[in-house]
Design a protein. Structure first.
Lengths: 144, 144
DNA sequence: TCTTGACCTCAAGTCGACTTGAAGTAGCAC
DNA sequence: GTGCTACTTCAAGTCGACTTGAGGTCAAGA
């Protein structure tokens, strides 16, 4: 009954139509039909898009997210994977906490050069020896 | 006196030589000379690389990091930027915390389908309306 | 009926941070 | 003097997630 035009879905989900087409091509969403040329979606796609958005912010790739749907289209989340991701998030959070403290310290440190501050140097050593951690990605956003 | 061969620097800093060349090309590091064709670095480059690594894990781009060095090569960190980054990190951490809790909930939730769990749906709504947050980048690692 | 504007397809481009490959060179051990 | 090997340069390729552009279609409103 209530089918949504791609433009409507784009508006409601807050993503460009091009992204919807891309997701469809990748098999992440399905259009329920066409109105002329135009894709129509049923409202459930909004939940699905929300789940995709959620997965993205949790750091899952689109491919991984694709595997989170059962053939019938319902989410079929692997609970072990979820827990694993939670653990991963936690590690990342700890890293970020250290970093945040260090940044604050560096900002407040009275040493004339940061290089003369023992705390800062200690931090550097840690960063250097721990190997480069996974950097958070900057908002990709529309190029240009 | 003690100058380091590029291979030595690579080994000590834990980055491939190609990365060092790339950083040099970008103006992030400087080689102190050559031994034949080979780049030589003085030991200070290790600190600099550590600082670069640190900046990367804090989420600064290489370009931003490039601006963190004074012309004399000493770090010249803009304290306001550091604080701003700390604030940004904090926000990101809060996001991650929410996400972690949600993942854990989803993993433990007894509802037959996640879609029937009110908590999960609430989470989805949040993810959907908040707009897609900055996803953490996955370890880039060597392609292939 | 005509226009308009939102959609369509498909190929190619973008972004950052590197890596890879081909072809060449030079210091050091023998 | 010969090899080996670790370096050199330069251009091009890679990765994921999209976006952009050119050229085309079509339903609905005037």
């Amino acid at each position: 009954m209530t089918v949504l035009d791609i433009g409507e879905v784009a508006r409601r989900a807050g993503v460009p139509a091009s992204t919807l087409r891309y997701y469809e091509e990748k098999g992440l969403i399905t259009s329920s039909g066409r109105h002329g040329l135009r894709r129509q979606y049923d409202p459930g796609v909004l939940d699905r898009l929300a789940l995709i958005a959620l997965g993205r912010t949790a750091g899952f790739s689109l491919d991984e997210i694709g595997h989170m749907f059962a053939p019938d289209g319902r989410p079929d989340l692997d609970r072990e994977k979820l827990v694993a991701k939670a653990v991963e998030l936690e590690a990342r959070m700890r890293e970020l906490a250290v970093l945040r403290d260090s940044l604050r310290h560096a900002a407040a440190c009275p040493a004339p050069s940061h290089m003369e501050c023992p705390t800062f140097r200690g931090l550097l050593r840690a960063a250097a020896t721990r190997g480069v951690a996974v950097p958070p990605k900057r908002t990709p956003g529309p190029p240009r």
